[in-house]
Ligand binder design. Structure first.
Ligand code: AMP
Length: 590
């Protein structure tokens, strides 16, 4: 059976890991990078590019480049390109498809199964959308796990004793903080909190704002009016930010940045770490709230912590590390690479699931005996009389979970009840998020308060919720599996899977066509050289070779590398093989 890959599908970057010789290793992408930018772009001639190449061309193709799609997972946003509306799931699937293909070339075989991580704060709809993205990309998603849990799992193997660990994860677009308990072969998430809209991108934006302001003063030019220039500034700001993690000063030099009636303007600016810290200190401070919240939720103080783990590329920022140290009183552990440990944990979990036939209880490797337990990030309730949100499952309940409660009717002779399923911590239903709605009818006519209706909430290991309402009088029952209306229907997913497969075939065909063209070009060149140097071949044979060479060159002239068709490629292959055969009789002198 093929190996299971662990995928950290990040807002800014994604990372893939697989188990080799009992250890999780990182799979490099086809460009040699250990992480892949989560960027998708559509070129003007309809080609899709994903990863580093897509990221690099964003400055010249901003309207057709899609960044941070993870922020839109589970929403009903559509990305319109060339008259087609793509769901966030389909765009994410394009990233996953590249990760899968790169893993396949690295492993030399088909990859069909994966464990994918999501932020702890992801709602049910967002988790479901991530699972659907995996399916569209041709992956069976064995499990969706929380990123901090996955990181703790990667670290958990290094620590024997029972301990409470704070996982502080500041990535490109999301901030998650979790309190994990490791002990006795169990990793349990005690509490989670965070901010879905805080990450490295915000730090970049602060630097961009600063540069734009300085530029307006010195050059009297508003860079915000020049999209391409602004993207170059943003890219340079991100690079400078990274440099400032190890240096005290970073220089940004962007020649020929923009033009106006006064001519061309260049940009040259030096940013010190102190200036960067000043511009971003409130962002760093904003992460304190969720840290304090998880400690309060779990009823613990910082003294109870044994370890603090730093996860996510933005935790390389010295001010972030310093703040975490000051707030927790602990020096954070950094033995694993913060960009990679989430994927590594997913690979470990993948092997565990694969070895244990999905029960997650039997394992063959170092992951032996470790059971992974997760918690629900938000409370689940139903609406009851007076618009009250009555909790059935409290936030931070370990999953899988199943809870039942008996309800009754509010009006005499009521024969149906509407079950409104809510997610959130607020007292009134209207303040929480309605995630599902169904009606149980056929209740036996009786006075108010007599019928007994049992409402059961079940959350599976992926955090997917099923709600059942049963009239205990008649045995009549109704159930729903919550999937937000913004998510894709089964039919839409199937269509997207077909599209993705068709695109993969088309992509392969295009690659083959471009290769046929390249081969034909080199063959023309080599044959010309050989003809020139040959001293033995007879005249008639040389004439045949020259004719064939000229036919191939003409056919080549009719094609363009960007738009070569399948038929043109077939013609080139046919002419190339004829020429290759004839040219074999040439004997160039050494
Ligand atoms: P992740 O989503 O974990 O890959 O984190 C990506 C974020 O980390 C991006 O915003 C990067 O700019 C940021 N990042 C990566 N390396 C560094 C670094 N050395 N210093 C500061 N931020 C970094």
């Amino acid at each position: 059976m093929s190996k299971v890959i662990g995928i950290d599908l990040g807002t800014t970057n994604s990372c893939v890991s697989v188990m080799e010789n009992g250890e999780p290793i990182i799979i490099p992408n086809s460009e040699g990078g250990r992480t892949t930018p989560s960027v998708v772009a559509f070129t003007k001639d309809g080609e899709r590019i994903v990863g580093e190449a897509a990221r690099r061309q964003q400055a010249v193709n901003p309207d057709r480049t899609i960044l941070s799609i993870k922020r839109d997972m589970g929403s009903d946003r559509r990305i319109r390109i060339d008259g087609k509306a793509y769901t966030p799931q389909e765009i994410s699937a394009m990233i996953l498809q590249k990760l899968r293909r790169d893993a396949e070339s690295y492993l030399g075989g088909t990859v069909t199964r994966a464990v994918i991580t999501v932020p702890a704060y992801f709602t049910d709809a967002q988790r479901q959308a991530t699972k659907d993205a995996g399916r569209i990309a041709g992956l069976e998603v064995l499990r969706i796990i929380n990123e901090p849990t996955s990181a703790a799992f990667a670290y958990g193997l290094d620590h024997g004793q029972s301990q409470k660990i704070l996982v502080y994860d500041l990535g490109g677009g999301t901030f998650d903080v979790s309190l994990i308990e490791i002990g006795d072969g169990v990793i349990e998430v005690l509490a989670t909190s965070g901010d879905n809209h805080l990450g490295g991108d915000d730090f970049d934006e602060r630097l961009v704002d600063y540069i734009v302001k300085e530029y307006r003063q010195s050059e009297k030019v508003d860079l915000r009016k020049d999209t391409a220039a602004l993207l170059r500034v943003r890219e340079a700001a991100e690079k400078a930010k990274r440099e400032l993690s190890s240096q005290l000063k970073a220089d940004i030099v962007l020649p020929f940045l923009t033009q106006d009636k006064n001519g061309t303007h260049h940009l040259e600016i030096a940013i010190t770490r102190a200036c960067f810290d000043e511009l971003t200190h409130d962002l760093v401070d904003r992460t304190c709230g969720p840290v304090n919240q998880v400690m309060n939720d779990a009823g613990l103080t910082m003294k109870d912590l044994s370890q603090v783990l730093l996860v996510g590329g933005s935790t390389r920022i010295p001010a972030v590390q310093e703040m975490v140290r000051r707030l927790t009183g602990k020096t954070p552990a950094k033995t694993l690479n913060p960009d990679e440990c989430v994927a590594m944990g997913a690979a470990l979990q993948g092997e565990k699931l694969s070895a244990g036939s999905g029960t997650g209880m039997t394992v063959s490797s170092a992951a032996k005996d470790v059971i992974l337990m997760d918690v629900t990030p938000l409370s689940l309730s139903i609406e009851t009389l007076g618009g009250i949100s009555t909790k059935i499952i409290d936030r931070n309940t370990t999953i899988p979970a199943r809870h039942s409660q008996i309800f009754t009717t509010a009006a005499p002779f009521q024969t149906s009840v509407d079950i409104k399923v809510l997610q959130g911590e607020r007292h009134f239903a209207r303040d929480n998020k309605l995630i599902g709605n169904f009606r149980l009818s056929g209740i036996r006519r009786a006075m108010a308060g007599v019928p007994q209706i049992e409402v059961t909430f079940e959350i599976d290991v992926n955090g997917i919720v099923k709600v059942t309402a049963k009239d205990l009088g008649t045995g009549n029952q109704q159930a729903i599996t919550i999937s937000s209306t913004s998510n894709m229907s089964e039919e839409e997913i199937r269509r997207a899977m077909d599209d993705a497969k068709a695109y993969e075939a088309w992509d392969r065909e295009r690659k083959e066509a471009v290769e046929a063209r390249n081969t034909a070009e080199s063959l023309c060149f080599e044959t010309e050289q050989a003809l020139h140097k040959d001293k033995t071949c007879d005249k008639e044979q040389k004439r045949i070779i020259k004719d064939q060479l000229s036919a191939l060159k003409k056919a080549l002239g009719r094609t363009k590398p960007d738009s070569i068709t399948k038929e043109q490629a077939e013609e080139l292959t046919r002419l190339s093989s004829q020429l290759r055969e004839s040219a074999a009789s040439l004997h160039p002198e050494p």
